[in-house]
Write a protein that binds this ligand. Structure first.
Ligand code: SF4
Length: 504
């Protein structure tokens, strides 16, 4: 999405402050690697910059400021960001007088000042607790008040300092139907393969009141669906708040958000299986806005591997959670994350994972090949598996996931399903798309007046993890709508490289 926000008064102020490098307000390109938390952080940074008069662009070559919001979960993600930055800096040296380049987020946090070494061309490095300072730093670099800036310190209360949304910006030109809201930062679980506790720090939660106010502001602007985000959302508030009548702080938060008039749907990610107590399972039974969809990271179907991963549950407990959720909401859409090739994983243990997947019947899964992360306990464990074994297990598990997923999608053909229409389809710009409550995308020939509406469509056919609905059956007034120009949106991504890469 291109957002333009002209602020002439601010422009004059910048000129009076010595902004002489650019004759107009600078343009910014932001590319996001990794998870939805990173997407949300990028959106907040974009909103900060737009609020100061910067213009977002979709092409790095035309941008005055180029920011990569990075991911450290796998080495591949880091190498991609570094390779991209080197290519952009090289191009800039040949073709442009001056561009400001910066790294944000997890890799910026873990590598810090190493990223601004001589010759890298990078001037800005901002860590995970300093996203709220990005606009100040960019201003300083654009104005020439600093040569380079590295800001990776921890900061008390940083979890509450990033509430900007493009949808709330005065210059927003299109309706946003679905939004992400960050509820906490960090994780204390310390799974042995995971770098997140090192890059994102310890768990820090916002208050319920702050979160509800942010959600209410979004709903007032037309948002109908909110996804609550955090590295381990089910641990929300457990350090700061008490349980009430057996309801955890996270369930109390769900209840409070559920009470917002005009909000239709609530989702959340990422939870931890340990957080699915009876109170959360029961919440699905009494909070109708909480949709029938759960992404619950399994990681392995072997108890020995789960223990070595420090996950804190058994395969049996995981299956018990799934059974509990399906008892309350039989239509529950279930997805998961799985790592294959963890150090020491035997063929029999891998087959336990396959067996669990066949029993649980996930709608989809992100299957990751284990990749050692420096300084994590698993990186120094014995029993590292050969690359070809990991590849072969990855392929076998994906076959199971895809076969099960395809049969679950096929079973929906002919069904009438309720979708919240988000806007123009990302797969086919001539069509529109919406999302079922169980988190499946439906592409259909709708029109702009359907954006933000919850409508029923009949599922006609199935693509790869996509459903296609028939608008003619329900008389959606296709011709009239296509004559109009409005387009909607789910969140705002300047450009992102998402987790689907796990399955490549
Ligand atoms: S719970 Fe998630 S974020 Fe926390 S350490 Fe484990 S994998 Fe990482």
């Amino acid at each position: 999405m291109l957002v333009r926000n002209r602020v002439p008064a601010f422009h004059s102020l910048l000129a009076s402050l010595g902004f002489r490098i650019f004759q107009r307000m600078p343009t910014v390109y932001i590319k996001t690697y990794g998870c939805q938390m990173n997407e949300r952080d990028s959106e907040a940074v974009a909103a900060q910059l737009v609020g100061r008069g910067y213009t977002l662009v979709l092409d790095e070559k035309s941008a005055d400021v180029v920011l990569l919001n990075t991911c450290s979960v796998r080495d591949l993600a880091e190498q991609k960001a570094i390779g991209k930055m080197q290519a952009m800096v090289g191009h800039s040296r040949k073709h442009r007088e001056k561009q400001v380049f910066g790294y944000l987020g997890c890799m910026a946090q873990s590598r810090g000042s190493d990223l601004v070494q001589d010759g890298s061309g990078v001037q800005l490095v901002v860590g995970t607790q300093k996203f709220h300072r990005v606009a100040d730093h960019v201003d300083a670099l654009v104005a020439g008040r600093a040569e380079s800036l590295v800001d990776v310190d921890s900061e008390e209360g940083s979890q509450s300092r990033l509430s900007e949304h493009l949808a709330l910006n005065e210059g927003a030109t299109r309706r946003q139907v679905s939004a992400f809201v960050s509820i906490m930062q960090g994780c204390n679980q310390h799974c042995t393969f995971c770098i997140v506790p090192y890059t994102r720090g310890r768990e820090r939660s916002r208050t319920i009141q702050e979160i509800v106010e942010e959600c209410r502001g979004l709903v007032d602007k037309g948002v109908r669906e909110i996804t609550l985000l955090g590295q381990i959302v089910t641990s929300f508030g457990r350090r700061e708040m008490a349980s009430v009548d057996g309801r955890s702080p996270f369930v109390q938060l769900l209840e409070a958000v559920h009470g917002i008039d005009g909000l239709e749907r609530i989702r959340f990610t990422s939870p931890h299986p340990k957080g699915y107590g009876q109170d959360l399972i029961e919440a699905y039974g009494r909070l109708p806005k909480l949709v029938e969809s759960a992404h619950i990271p399994l990681q392995s179907g072997s108890d020995r591997v789960l223990k070595a991963m420090h996950r804190g549950y058994t395969a049996e407990r995981f299956e018990g959670i799934v059974a509990g959720l399906r008892a309350v909401r039989p239509e529950m859409g279930l997805t998961t994350d799985i790592i294959v090739g963890f150090p020491g994983e035997t063929e029999a243990e891998f087959e336990e994972t396959i067996g669990l997947c066949q029993r649980v019947q996930f709608d989809n899964a992100f299957v990751f090949k284990y990749s050692p992360r420096k300084d994590t306990p698993a990186a120094s464990m014995e029993g590292a598996l050969p690359e070809e074994v990991i590849e072969e297990r990855h392929r076998r598990l994906l076959d199971v996931i895809n076969t099960v997923g395809a049969s679950k999608y096929d079973a929906l053909v002919g069904r009438r399903m309720s979708i919240l229409v988000e806007g123009v389809s990302r797969r086919n710009p001539a069509r529109y798309e919406g999302r079922t409550r169980c988190n499946k995308i439906v592409v259909f020939s709708g029109g702009p007046r359907h954006v933000g509406q919850t409508i029923d469509v009949r599922i006609e056919r199935v693509g790869t993890f996509t459903l296609y609905g028939d608008p003619a059956v329900l008389g959606l007034g296709l011709e009239e709508d296509l004559a109009n120009g409005e387009r909607g949106g789910r969140g705002v991504q300047v450009e992102s490289v998402v987790l689907e890469e796990a399955n490549r």
